[in-house]
Design a protein around this ligand. Structure first.
Ligand SMILES: Nc1ncnc2c1ncn2[C@@H]1O[C@H](COP(=O)(O)OP(=O)(O)OP(=O)(O)O)[C@@H](O)[C@H]1O
Ligand SMILES: [Mg+2]
Length: 234
């Protein structure tokens, strides 16, 4: 579905953030991208979304080259991106935020909303509440819900569990699995390696702009190198 070959990105003139990333996401998968601070995870998602220009390599989505396309055209192809730090519109209501995710869609707004409320019942209870007054976990659900309003084929999530309590982290990971169960392919960026490897079919480990390891989620969970570097055990 998504195929990236030797993608490199340089910030400004000197900072080489991605040094030839090759990875693929197949239809129906949850793929996790893990790695420490500054590894290039967010830069990678932003590059797929068209928010950064690559200066080498190739990105294809469903057989089509997208690495020179504008962000709105990439999103129209069915790639949704929930950025780090949940960019919701805090002065707008929950409903207004969700409606914004629908702006390019045809079909019934009502049934799209019902679909979102089935996944996130708490948002239904809070439709007229202004988004800025939601809890952190609810804001994350709203950010994910808004992205899903565009009915994407590929959902890219940048650290959805960041700053959430352990119980909410569980909820978010369960929800990601449920969304995937409804046929949405997921590319998940996380520092929370244990949970994300737990739900990922496959995963890639990024270090300073390079893929240093890849494999099945379950296998990487058992990998000594990963356990020491990311899971705090040996
Ligand atoms: N707009 C920018 N201009 C200059 N340097 C940038 C820019 N965005 C990111 N960088 C640098 O690129 C590198 C990769 O950053 P990126 O945000 O992709 O890392 P990350 O893996 O998402 O980290 P984190 O886990 O902390 O979110 C870092 O060294 C960062 O300082
Ligand atoms: Mg990041």
């Amino acid at each position: 579905m998504l195929e990236c070959k030797s993608v490199s990105v340089t910030h400004g003139k000197k900072i080489s953030a991605l040094k030839g990333i090759s990875l693929e996401v197949r239809e129906g998968e949850i793929v996790a991208l893990i790695g420490g601070n500054g590894a290039g995870k967010s830069t990678f998602l932003r590059t797929v979304s068209g928010l950064h220009r690559s200066d080498g390599g190739e990105i294809q989505f469903q057989g089509r080259r997208i690495d020179h396309m504008a962000p709105h055209n990439i999103s129209a192809l069915g790639i949704a991106h929930v950025p780090e730090g949940r960019r919701i519109f805090s002065r707008l209501t929950v409903l207004e935020n969700l409606e914004l995710g629908f702006y390019l869609q045809r079909g019934s707004l009502k049934s799209a909303l019902e679909n979102i409320f089935r996944i996130f019942p708490v948002l239904k209870e809070r439709v007229f509440q202004s988004a800025g007054t939601l809890s952190g976990g609810e804001q994350q659900m709203l950010a994910m819900g808004r992205s899903l309003m565009s009915n994407p084929r590929l959902l890219m999530l940048d650290e959805p569990s960041m700053g959430l309590s352990p119980i909410l982290v569980e909820r978010i990971f369960d929800t990601i699995r449920a969304i995937n169960g409804r046929g949405v392919t997921v590319l998940l960026v996380e520092q929370n390696a244990k949970q994300s490897l737990g739900i990922a079919h496959r995963a890639y480990v990024l270090e300073t702009g390079r893929v240093v390891l890849e494999g099945k989620g379950a296998d990487l969970l058992e990998n000594d190198q990963i356990r020491q570097a990311y899971l705090g055990s040996s």
